[in-house]
Structures are given as C-alpha cells and as structure tokens.
Design a protein around this ligand. Sequence first.
Ligand SMILES: C/C(=C\Cc1cc(O)c2ccccc2c1O)CCC[C@H](C)CCC[C@H](C)CCCC(C)C
Ligand SMILES: C[S@@+](CC[C@H](N)C(=O)[O-])C[C@H]1O[C@@H](n2cnc3c(N)ncnc32)[C@H](O)[C@@H]1O
Length: 265
Amino acid sequence: MAALAAAISAAPAAPGPAARRRRGFAAVRCGSSSVADERQALFSRIAPVYDHLNDVLSLGQHRTWKRICVSWSRAKRGDRVLDLCCGSGDLAFLLSQKVGLDGQVMAVDFSSQQLQTAASRQDQHWKPCYKNIKWIEGDALDLPFADCYFDAVTVGYGLRNVVDKPKAMRELFRVLKPGSRASILDFNKSSSLFTTSLQSWMIDNVVVPLASGYGLTEEYKYLKSSILQYLTGKELEELAREAGFSAAKHYELGGGLMGDLVATR
Ligand SMILES: C/C(=C\Cc1cc(O)c2ccccc2c1O)CCC[C@H](C)CCC[C@H](C)CCCC(C)C
Ligand SMILES: C[S@@+](CC[C@H](N)C(=O)[O-])C[C@H]1O[C@@H](n2cnc3c(N)ncnc32)[C@H](O)[C@@H]1O
C-alpha cells in the first residue's frame, strides 16, 4: 500500500485568499481500510469546530499538555521534525517556533479538511518562522520519508486513532534518526477506577452533550470508545520496544487523564 503524500509548498509568504483556494491537497489515499476511511471522514467532519471544542472542553488545558509533548520531544533550533497526525496544526506551530527558520517541520495528516484548517490558521496567525512548515496529506501507516530522516517526532492525540498501531509505531521508528525521540501525547487509559470513571463521566455528561449542540454526538461518542480500546501506559511502552525503540517511558499528565509516551530510538 503506497500512500501517495502530496507535499504542498509551505507558505513562503502569507498567501491571500486566492492562493489559499488554489492550494490543494491533491493526495490519493490508498488502501481499502473502511475503518480508516470512517476515521478520516470523522475528523474531516469535526474540523470546523475541533479547535474551539478542545479549548472549551479542556478549559484550554490541552495547550499545556501539547507544550509538554513538544518539549519532551527535545526538538531544538535547526532540527528537521515531524508532527504526525497534525490535524489543525497545534503541535506543528509549537515545533515551528522551536526549530526556527534554520529548521523544518513536516506536518502530516490524512484529512484534507484538517490540513485546510491548519493552513488557514497559519495565515491568520502568521509568524515568520511558519515558513518552515510543510503541510502534507499522507498516511501514518506509510510515511513518504526516508529512513532516519527526522531529529524528533510528535504525535498529538493521533496514535489512538490509527487503525494499525504497531505499524504506525514501526513507521515512527523508521523515520527517526538513531538517538532521537518520539513524543506521543494522548488520553491515558488509566488503571485507576477513579480516573477512568472521571474521564468517562466528563465525556458522557459534558463532552458529548456539548458536541451534540454542533451535531457531532456520534463523533464525540467515538472519543470514549477509542479511549476504552486504547493501550495502557505500560502497553504503549511495550509497543514502542517491540517496534525497536531502545527506551520508552509513559508519563501521566493532567492528574492521569492524559499521558505522554517518550520513546528513544
Ligand atoms: C485535545 C484533546 C482531544 C483531541 C481529540 C482527540 C480525539 O481522538 C477526538 C476524537 C473524536 C472527537 C474529538 C476528538 C478530540 O477532540 C483533549 C482535550 C479536549 C477533550 C475533547 C476534552 C476531554 C475532557 C477531559 C476528559 C477532562 C478535562 C478536564 C479538565 C477540564 C482539564
Ligand atoms: C484528534 S486529531 C489530533 C490533531 C492534533 N495532533 C492535535 O493534537 O490536536 C487526530 C488526527 O489524526 C489524523 N489521523 C488519524 N489516522 C491517521 C492516519 N492513519 N494517517 C494520518 N493522519 C491520521 C486525523 O485526521 C486527525 O486530524
């Protein structure tokens, strides 16, 4: 399965509306995974309200967790880095400021609508360093990059959503330089009954009812089921080691509601 990633030119300058309309993410997703197609469609449907709901539902805390994820990737000035499952670009923008104009950020997602949102946000909140971002429509399970290509990789709330987690972890390992880190932020599938109950209660009684107001009941109900089917911190550490990482440690964040796996190649 060869996902054809259409690298689109990063915005060398802040393009106007006409340039945005011309910009297309003319990629072709290969593979016949209906589950992956459903996921892609889900994230495309929520793209218009995704950032807003994240801010409201987490009281803005998700931005703190994302800053931690980027910090723990050890991305630094001049690095070439990957933000996988970039969505609307939160981590890509943080990485862009970390690596600066001497560095490069490849931001990959298979939802063109999420990438359109990211490109629009880039234009609306333009910073000179954002010239270093390239938005790429592609599949986490078949990355269009050479082996040992990146100095750091971040995945923000993405691994839980890919249909083949071992394959995605092997791809992360393949494209990282030896000694470099992957920092993988997501919900924590906690062993604590209290934390699991709190997480479920919040989603059932706050998240889904509020999302329903936007006609996205089923999309946000998926959030809960995906967490229940996710891997625990220990299982994520094992998944990373099985993919070849020399070290892997999962750290709980937000009182155990979230977690970040730091894996070193
Ligand atoms: C940024 C966050 C979630 C991103 C996200 C990930 C997914 O897999 C989704 C799947 C389907 C629909 C939406 C998403 C999605 O938004 C985390 C923060 C946003 C959450 C939606 C809020 C979750 C609330 C927490 C359970 C409790 C927050 C406690 C406190 C207010 C800090
Ligand atoms: C919850 S969003 C996370 C977006 C962003 N990283 C953030 O932290 O807000 C998950 C993203 O993963 C993308 N995604 C899921 N499976 C993917 C895959 N196999 N290849 C590329 N992107 C994928 C979805 O399109 C979606 O934009």
